[in-house]
Design a protein around this ligand. Sequence first.
Ligand code: F1P
Length: 346
Amino acid sequence: MANSFTLTEIQNQGAALEKTFDLLQSLTFYPSETHIFVGCGTSFYLAHSAAKYFQSLTGIPSQAAPASELFLYPEHFIASHKKVKIIAISRSGTTTEIVEAVKSVKDLENVDILTVTCNNQSPLLEWSEEKIILSHVEEKSVVMTSSFTSMLYALQLYAAKLADSREETAQLKLASEEMKEVLKRSGHLKSLAENLDLEQFIFLGCGVYQGAAKESCLKLKEMTQTNCESYSTLEYRHGPISITNEKTAIILLGSEKTKALDTSLLHDVKKHGAYTVLISDCDQNSAAEADLFIPVQTEAKAPNQLVLYLPFLQMLAYYRALALGLNPDEPRHLSQVVKLPAIGIQ
Ligand code: F1P
């Protein structure tokens, strides 16, 4: 497909990250006692990874929540004696649940809002003490690709700022510079995508890689309606492994830290017939159990290199959509923004 918005947006991620880096250098932020990262769909999976990255860098307790749960169960997330920062993440800035979530907590005395969005007209901005507006990420597609990497990257830079870590900022800069090289290799999963004998795809990852694995699963589901699931890596043995057979592809987002565990899991699922893919910053020798190994070659130390895992997985979904005769720009039953009629929050 020569004129696919999705493809163009995936391919332009490198340039978008560089602009995001420059923007973040000009912004100032203030700490808070706890952080809650909220979003819907892709933006929620981003929240997963961002919260873990943030806590590991700053030591500030952080968690992720679907935006809907913040307005339904605020007591699960907000303690009256603690100062809380809500990180509201939304490409459109207009998704009903995120708007309702922010509306429901914005006037609480102990709550501040930081909005991260690609829409400078979002109503969230008016209610926010702090703002990260990535107006340079103008996606026309329904599925989020470049907006995922840029908003995640912005929140990594935000964490590095609050941690006052020049080392981490320098590492993150490296990652954005390396994105262009990664994009040149991002077609690595094309033949896997085109193998229609494979009927179910499982995406595994733990730590910050878990949110990225969930997002990769969502991309494939949205663009191709393929039967796919995602788990924290070692959870796969605890039940889900039962569905593994020779029509299963297991795609593991691994890292140097987990390489022994990653290898032994791949060994186990291969025994049940699965085709195994390892995407990792580990060396080739640790990838012996993978039918296909995609090295994330980078000078940036984990987990600053996280965004570099995504292009391979976004392109997997794109190529599979084409192989199935689908238009990646027009996912079934999905629109760019989910807007609900009055949802009657009590
Ligand atoms: C979130 C979201 C996307 C999904 C679709 C509908 O949007 O759920 O994850 O792919 O485009 O919207 P947003 O709140 O980040 O704009």
